[in-house]
Every structure is written in structure tokens, then in C-alpha cells.
Design a protein around this ligand. Structure first.
Ligand code: GCO
Ligand code: MN
Length: 388
């Protein structure tokens, strides 16, 4: 296959966090290994690669504490770059984790002044997001957690977070902004334990808010695997609940520190299923990548190119899987057991309950059913290896 076959186009709706490109390879044990790239150069480089959009934190583009005049000047410059290079700001978020003021949480700090400072920072960040044209606004609670459980009642912490989010939803409504919120779960790091660690916990939390329809989930592959869970299933749960507002695709070995590996670099089968889920269920948000180029890289562009290319190749593999007659025949056979009983419990009635109670089953015969999953999995392996 010629390499240009997998060249991204705008309709693919790819987006990268500019913080990924600005990452300088610094880690807790070592200094930076590459130069920082300016926001404008990030945007330009992404646009040249036909990326649809970019994602940013307020302080990726506006330095913490910048004067209003400086802020306006930067916004003018960025908006010009976005229009010159034809690229959108698809997602915006707020840095509520870097400055020491957030050392014990932003919205979950036990100090109401810190909570209000955080809410105020997010209000400014929301105004900026709308000016930049973003329609998704993410909350990643990097400092919303604890090391010392004695320090904080998690129910109070949840209440503080809820109060701030409710206030911010009202702010968006009162301004007439077209903006949806999306919460990004993570189990730990940089805190020992973070609140809202998984998709399930965010889903439950959303339904305690005053405006649940405005709030969704931004699941990230790595965060899910840090908890030892299955990204395909976690993304699916968000999608099934109508809450998959955006995604962060990357890679991660299970149960380790946040590695932020490139999408598809550590587990192709898993990346395949995430891609398949988004395609099969017509996910219409952006395909956001949130990873760090390896510390050994001297610039981020191979990382950018390969993330999109891997996704596009996997998209072809999904098509190959969906079009393969042996696989589809097998799936048809697997999904056509006991057709007369299908949907029996879809509608409850006393009569249906009585019938079900009286229904005769032959558990031995049901247990004897052949399930050729070894064969099915091998067929997928061969699709991925390029044999089928
Ligand atoms: C992480 C997070 C962040 C967030 C981003 C959005 O490193 O754990 O993924 O990259 O996605 O900061 O707020
Ligand atoms: Mn992320």
C-alpha cells in the first residue's frame, strides 16, 4: 500500500493536545531533552499535517498571571494563525494543577478561597475557550485527590466539586455559550489517589449534577489501563450512556505510572477495538490524541504522524474485519442462538413473568454449545498481521 494512502484529511477530525507537542521530555528523574515549541508553531505543524484541530490548557497559550492586554494580544495572534493555517481549537481545558496554589486540590481544596480562585480561573478559561471557538471544555482533576486519607472527607470533596461544576454550568448558560463540559477520569498521578478514578465513577457523579445533560466524559486509554481496566469497555460504557463527548487516545502498560505512550504502540488489538467501537457506533466527536513523544525524540512530529497513521490503518483493519466473510459468518452463528427467545424480557408483564417462571430449559444442552472463540480471535490476529 503506498504510504500516502493513509494521509490524514480534515474529515478524519484528528486533534492533538498542544501540551503533547510542547512536552520537553522532563520527568521526575531527568531534565528536558528537547526544546519547547511555541503554540503557534504547534498549530502550524498540526495544520500542515491536515489535523482538524488542537486542544489546549489556558496556560499552554496564555502564561499564568498574564495581563488582560497581553492575553488579548496572544488571542489575536493565535486566531490569526488558526485562520491562516485552517485549524480549529476543538477542546479547551484549564490548568488547575501546576501552580503550588493547587497543591491540595483546586475544586476539592479544603480552603474555599482556593476553590473560588479555581472557579474564577475556569470562568476566564471558559471565556477564552468560547473566543477560540472550542465547543468542548474538559475538567481533568490532576490535583483533585489525596495522599493522606485522614486529611479530607471524600463526601465533602465530592460536594465541593459538585458545587463548583453546578456554578460553572450556570455561568455557561447565563452567558449563552455553546459549550459542553467533559470530565476526564484518572485513578492516580500526580496525587496518590484521585477522585473520580474511572468512567463509571464519573457517570455516577454526572447524574448528581444540576445540569447532567451538559456534562459528559473524556476517557483516556492510559488512565483506564493505569487502573488495570479495559479501554474498549470503558469507552463503550461512556458511549452507551450518550456521554462520550470526546476521547484521548494513547497507550499504556497496565498498572504502572502514567506512561502516556503513543496510540497503538503497546497493544494493537486493544487499539483496534477502541477504533472499531468509535467507527461501528458512529462516534462523531474529534479523535483526540493525548500522549508524549518518547523522551528520546528531539521533536514531536514522528509521534504526531504515526498516531494518525496508526488510527487510519486500524480503520482499514476494522473494515477488513467487518467485511471478512468467515469472521462475519462466525459472528452471525454466535449471535443467532435461540432466536425465538430473543427480546423476551424487553417488556415486563405479569404474564411474561409467569411464562418465564414456567419455561423449561436444558442447561446441559445450553452448556454444550460450541463457541469457537480461539478461531475467531485467530482470524482477528491474522487481519491485524496482514495475512487476511
Ligand atoms: C494526564 C492528563 C492530561 C489531561 C490534560 C487535560 O497527563 O494525566 O491526560 O494530559 O488530559 O491535562 O486537562
Ligand atoms: Mn488526557
Amino acid at each position: 500500500m503506498p504510504s500516502h494512502f493513509y494521509a490524514p484529511i480534515k474529515e478524519d477530525r484528528f486533534a492533538f493536545g498542544i501540551w503533547c507537542l510542547q512536552n520537553r521530555g522532563r520527568d521526575p528523574f531527568g531534565d528536558q531533552t528537547r526544546k519547547e515549541i511555541s503554540a503557534v508553531d504547534c498549530i502550524k505543524g498540526l495544520a500542515q499535517r491536515n489535523c482538524y484541530g488542537f486542544e489546549y490548557h489556558d496556560n499552554d497559550i496564555i502564561p499564568f498571571g498574564a495581563t488582560p492586554a497581553r492575553r488579548d494580544e496572544i488571542v489575536r495572534e493565535l486566531k490569526k494563525a488558526m485562520s491562516d493555517f485552517d485549524i480549529k481549537a476543538t477542546m479547551a481545558t484549564t490548568n488547575t494543577f501546576y501552580h503550588p496554589v493547587f497543591k491540595d486540590g483546586a475544586f476539592t481544596s479544603s480552603d474555599p478561597a482556593v476553590r473560588l480562585f479555581s472557579t474564577q480561573k475556569v470562568m476566564h478559561s471558559i471565556d477564552l475557550a468560547v473566543e477560540m471557538g472550542a465547543e468542548i471544555f474538559v475538567f481533568w482533576g490532576g490535583r483533585e485527590g489525596v495522599e493522606v486519607d485522614a486529611s479530607k472527607d471524600p463526601i465533602s470533596a465530592s460536594g465541593w466539586f459538585r458545587e463548583s461544576l453546578n456554578f460553572l454550568c450556570e455561568y455557561v448558560i447565563s452567558q449563552g455559550y455553546n459549550l459542553k463540559f467533559s470530565i476526564e477520569p484518572k485513578p492516580n498521578e500526580p496525587r496518590g489517589d484521585l477522585f473520580l478514578p474511572t468512567v463509571g465513577s464519573v457517570l455516577a457523579f454526572i447524574h448528581t449534577l444540576d445540569h447532567p445533560a451538559m456534562v459528559g466524559i473524556n476517557p483516556e486509554t492510559a488512565h483506564i489501563k493505569m487502573a488495570g481496566l479495559n479501554p474498549y469497555h470503558e469507552f463503550a460504557q461512556a458511549l452507551d450512556s450518550g456521554k462520550l463527548f470526546d476521547v484521548h487516545l494513547n497507550g499504556q502498560k497496565p498498572l504502572r505510572f502514567d506512561q502516556d505512550l503513543t496510540f497503538g504502540s503497546d497493544d494493537l488489538k486493544e487499539a483496534f477495538f477502541t477504533t472499531k467501537l468509535l467507527l461501528d457506533h458512529k462516534y462523531s466527536g474529534t479523535i483526540g490524541f493525548d500522549a508524549h513523544p518518547y523522551r528520546t525524540e528531539s521533536d514531536p512530529w514522528d509521534f504526531v504522524d504515526r498516531s494518525m497513521r496508526t488510527y487510519l490503518i486500524l480503520r482499514e483493519k476494522v473494515k477488513a474485519f467487518n467485511d471478512n466473510s468467515e469472521i462475519q459468518d462466525l459472528l452471525k452463528e454466535l449471535n443467532s442462538a435461540s432466536p425465538a427467545l430473543n427480546g423476551f424480557t424487553a417488556k415486563f408483564s405479569k404474564d411474561a413473568a409467569a411464562k418465564l417462571k414456567a419455561m423449561a430449559f436444558d442447561p446441559e444442552a445450553l452448556a454444550a454449545r460450541k463457541l469457537p472463540y480461539e478461531r475467531l480471535d485467530q482470524l482477528l490476529t491474522e487481519v491485524l498481521l496482514g495475512v487476511l
